[in-house]
Design a protein around this ligand. Structure first.
Ligand code: T4K
Length: 373
């Protein structure tokens, strides 16, 4: 049986990658902010329309060290409807996450509930752009200014997304991207911080390189989170093709919409008309509200046909075993409901439309309990 996974990494041709890495054999520079690393930073600044990009070995370290670079303290407002990384990055910095609920339309932070989460100890908001859907950046900006809070967007899912003609990372004090193999744009593993203030760049540079300032001065307690030259080379190649990959993703996304939008038991992910999406993920939410039954039946049934959908994001991060007893999940009821009913369907540039039809047909059969497609 041919297997279909939730995603399949975009890759350049072997020849293109070999050509890109061949100069590494001339220079023997493998890592530590080499030529390809620096070139990719400049190319990404252009592509993302931001003044500054700092590359990292992965998206998680980008977030963890962005938080550190901003010297945040006390409490940070965020959402539990995200990958483990967002919450872990806050906690691993010795900060307390305060979970705000999400909205039912696009699963991003519910801005009407942010102010009720603010206390004397709040230093920042870390909202998450999920699936390629973006947060209400204007409302967040207004609240942050009013309460003098920093904003770091977890934009792991939002590479290349534009909002009203602006790059999504132009909003907030910083945004982090993931360039993991499973993302719209990949550097095998990798990530980046886009930031507004130049002094944050100096801090980030040091923090990802052991806190070293010069050969004899180490004035920060840094980590090692550098992107190496082979990763950067993959990024340089993939960046040449990313627009074409997004166009192909859009076709898959639209085919799912055509196939599934009129199924009354399912809510599909619609794109905000002011957003140029990257079509990163295709989540569907089962509407019966009867907890996890239909979602799990569909997940299991697809698996029997070799189709591996994923329950992104289930469980919620505020219910993880490692946080047992620390958070009150009843404070995020919308996130709890969506998490129990969401299924992320396979979506990648080279997914055949006939496969989209097959997946859609199987889902329809299950939710309608009959053989029609
Ligand atoms: N913030 C958010 C909101 C995030 O979603 C993430 C990462 C981060 C921060 C942190 O960024 P990174 O530190 O990862 O850069 C995956 C990814 O590992 C993770 O990057 C991603 N979010 C998360 C949503 O998904 P898994 O454990 O579900 O991935 P995995 O290995 O099961 O892969 C999914 C499918 O993709 C596989 O079934 C097959 C296919 N695949 C995967 C890989 C790795 C391939 O075909 N080739 C591959 O090389 O976490």
């Amino acid at each position: 049986m041919r297997e279909i996974y939730v995603t399949r990494p975009s890759m350049p041709s072997k020849e293109e990658y070999y050509e890109e890495i061949s100069t590494i054999w001339d220079t023997h520079v493998l890592t530590n902010m080499g030529e390809k690393h620096n070139k990719l930073e400049r190319r990404l600044e252009e592509y993302l329309k931001v003044p500054n990009v700092s590359l990292f070995c992965n998206g998680h370290m980008a977030l963890e060290l962005a938080i550190q670079a901003m010297d945040l303290t006390g409490e940070v407002i965020t959402t539990p409807f995200t990958f483990a990384s967002t919450t872990h990055a806050i906690v691993r910095n010795g900060l307390t996450p305060v979970f705000c609920d999400i909205n039912e339309n696009d699963y991003t932070i519910d801005v009407s509930k942010i102010e009720s989460c603010i206390t004397q100890k709040t230093s920042a908001i870390i909202p998450v752009h999920v699936y390629g859907n973006i947060c209400d950046v204007e409302a967040i900006d207004k609240i942050a200014k009013q309460y003098k809070l920093k904003v770091i967007y977890d934009a792991a899912h939002a590479f290349g997304v534009n909002y009203r003609g602006k790059g999504i990372a132009e909003f907030g004090d910083a945004s982090i991207f993931s360039f993991h193999a499973t993302k719209v744009f990949n550097t095998i593993e990798g990530g980046a911080v886009c930031y507004a203030e130049p002094q944050i760049g100096e801090r980030l540079y040091q923090l990802k390189n052991f806190g070293i300032q010069s050969e004899t001065i180490v004035n920060g307690i840094g980590a090692n989170a550098k992107m190496n030259e082979f990763q950067a080379a993959m990024g340089l190649c993939n960046l040449r093709h990313v627009d074409g990959q997004i166009t192909k993703r859009k076709k898959v996304f639209q085919r799912y919409i055509e196939n599934l939008a009129d199924i009354k038991q399912i809510k599909v992910n619609m794109v905000n008309p002011y957003v140029a999406s990257n079509y990163a993920y295709f989540p569907i939410v089962f509407k019966n509200g009867n907890v996890e039954k239909i979602r799990d039946t569909v997940y299991d049934e697809l698996k029997l046909h070799g189709i591996y959908a994923r329950k992104y994001f289930y469980p919620l991060t505020n219910t993880f075993e490692c946080y047992h007893g620390m958070f009150d999940v009843s404070k995020t009821p919308v996130a709890l409901n969506i998490s129990g009913n969401v299924l992320t369907l396979p979506l990648y540039a080279d997914l055949e439309l006939s496969d989209v039809d097959k997946i859609s047909c199987l889902i329809k059969k299950i939710v309608r309990s009959d053989s029609r497609c």
